[in-house]
Write a protein that binds this ligand. Sequence first.
Ligand code: ZN
Length: 270
Amino acid sequence: MRISRRITAAVAASLIPLLALPAEHGDAAAARKLTRAAIKPTKPETCDPRKFRIILDVGHTSESQGATSARNDVEFGFNLYLARMVGERLKSAGFAATRVLVTDGKARASLLKRVGTANDAHADFFLSIHHDSVPDKMLEAWEFDGAKSYFSDRFSGHSLFVSERNPRFAASLAFARLLGRELKDEGLHYATQYTLPLMGRYQHPLLDKDVGIYRYDGLVVLSQTRSAAVLLEAGSIINRDEEMAMNSPERRELIAAAVTKAMRTYCEKR
Ligand SMILES: [Zn+2]
């Protein structure tokens, strides 16, 4: 249905209220203190690739599929394909304890499940993989495959998010910088729109304007994980050209190689 499709695209734009902590609406400082007190980081800061437990979190679920692309594919599928490719490349590079995490259920419940799984598994690193869209008000209508569809070619690019509430904020930021650098070196650009007032509640502080790292404290998967955690919006699937690129094995390979290189450097520096 057209209406529900618009709602899906908007809701899943996609890091939205379901992903936000109540703290955003209350006393943020007090909540942050509480969160910090409650979450203790896992112990070892060393990195032996064979034992380094990386969780590749596939954004959204088969039940709650995230954003809808310009050509009416769901974000969950994009996330799954990319995460699998990244997982294969990391394992080939010696990161044997890498795990692709697919979660089921409704959006909010699935977030808590992801965090619970990562913390229970004593993960050393948590990388959440998503694909981007835009707020509903920016959508334009077009016809694809005989169906009324929605797109926005206005913005494109990947982006990286970290949370200061994560107990390993510095390590998270360090990895995000390494990955951002790799993507930039491959000629990719980051999404700049998150600094713009028109993004409303999706506006975020830009921590690194060279490689595109934003701070997003309201994300459960970043703020509640004990390990270092980064969320990658790999690219926009509401942008018609970028959607085609994101759907290609070549782009998936390129991103998987960038993650692998970044992880290798990150690990060496532990
Ligand atoms: Zn998403």
